[in-house]
Design a binder for this molecule. Structure first.
Ligand code: ADP
Length: 382
């Protein structure tokens, strides 16, 4: 399936945008925004600086406050405390329709009584754009989502993915500097989701718009985002580029939430030059980077991603930069591209992912040696 990048070039200019002025960049500042429902602070003093042209995802489990945060930016939920600034201007007094944001929601069905063309033309007509200008802008927006030839169709004549593309075209046709998306691909199947992720990201780059994107799908967030904010209980626990959050999670919650992680519980023995020595209950001692000062005796978890661990049948020589451990295969899961081994190391279970690239498969009960870089390990509290 071809991508939007193969479509006739439509850019910010051909869609009729004004050249970006210093006052029209789409920078979003959230300053300690707070929302309660009953006694619960569902959004709890959240502060974020989202840059112009950035693809920013709010990622977190269900109920963590992502949608409420987005609705506060959109103007559909009131702030109890805090401020929202767009390009430095407080927008508290602006009702949703005056904020000028494009919006795409999971179930934001396109208008069934209007054809595709009129659906996309709708925000332009509301802004009193007329005649040929409408023709041109709708045509360009439909080209961007690869629906040039679908203008006459109605919602019932479109697949789910096509309907969602119409919703995206409608959200961008008036050249908003900010587009808010809430689980826009939630209703689509896995393959189509991936294609649409690539398409949305491509459109966002080409138009240079700021996107705030809500999802609970970690792969989706990693694939699309410049930065991700991880939400948990109404707070943003960590903000950073996907690689940073994946490789340097600040808590066991985030380590577990984003991808597969080993979190081996133990006790901190000492920290020396930023390297923690951790004793596991079974007697094995391992080392890990200590991102912050911790006192000896603190319960910690050693974090390491399964794909960072190498498996061998015999242990190599000791090396100062490596953790080494001996164990026995307890389980093997065949995941297609990956073989996932669970290895028993003196009572601790360590998961190791190996590319299914033709190497010999190990079986349950086989003795193995594990090795991984101390630099790939983190000592996380708890
Ligand atoms: P998420 O998008 O991360 O799944 P939400 O922002 O939708 O989370 O919800 C956060 C919390 O706020 C949840 O506990 C939810 O039940 C509660 N909540 C959301 N909207 C309302 C509402 N209109 N009235 C009462 N509680 C709400």
């Amino acid at each position: 399936m071809s991508r939007v990048s193969d479509a006739p070039a439509a850019s910010r200019e051909t869609l009729g945008a004004e050249p970006d002025g210093a006052d029209a960049r789409g920078a979003i500042s959230l300053r300690r925004i707070t929302k309660r429902y009953g006694d619960e602070r569902v959004v709890d003093a959240v502060s974020l600086e989202i840059r112009p042209g950035e693809f920013f995802s709010l990622l977190g489990p269900s109920g963590s406050g992502k949608t409420t945060t987005l609705m506060m930016i959109a103007g559909f939920a009131d702030l109890e405390e805090g401020q929202i600034l767009i390009d430095g201007t407080d927008i508290a007094a602006e009702p949703p329709q005056r904020r000028g944001f494009g919006m795409v929601f999971q179930n934001y069905a396109i208008f069934p009584h209007l054809n595709v063309f009129e659906n996309v033309a709708f925000p332009l007509r509301a802004r009193r754009v007329t005649g040929l200008e409408i023709e041109r802008r709708v045509r360009d927006a439909l080209a961007l989502v690869r629906l040039e030839r679908f203008g006459e169709r109605f919602a019932r004549q479109l697949s789910g993915g096509q309907q969602q593309r119409v919703a995206i075209a409608r959200a961008i046709v008036f050249q908003p500097k900010v587009v808010l998306m809430d689980e826009p691909l939630g209703a689509l199947d896995k393959n189509l989701r991936y294609e649409m992720q690539v398409e949305i990201k491509d459109i966002q780059r080409r138009l240079g718009m700021t996107v705030v994107y809500v999802t609970h799908d970690q792969e989706e967030a990693m694939n699309m985002s410049d930065r991700i904010g991880i939400m948990n209980h109404g707070r943003v626990d960590q903000v950073g580029p996907p690689t940073q959050i994946y490789e340097r999670p600040v808590s066991t919650f985030i380590a577990r939430f984003l991808g597969e992680a080993n979190l081996l519980s133990g006790e901190l023995r000492e920290v020396c030059d930023g390297v923690a020595t951790i004793a596991l209950p079974g007697g094995v001692t391992l080392r890990a980077v200590a991102p912050k000062p911790l006192a000896a005796g603190t319960p910690v978890s050693l974090f390491v991603r399964p794909e960072r661990i190498a498996l061998a049948e015999t242990a190599g020589p000791p090396a100062s930069a490596l953790n080494r451990a001996a164990g026995r295969i307890r389980r093997m899961s065949f995941l297609g591209n990956i073989l996932r081994y669970v290895v028993d190391v003196s009572g601790a279970e360590i998961t190791v992912d190996v590319q299914n690239a033709g190497s010999r498969r190990l079986a349950e009960g086989d003795a193995v040696a594990l090795a991984w870089a101390v630099a790939d390990s983190l000592a996380l509290e708890g």
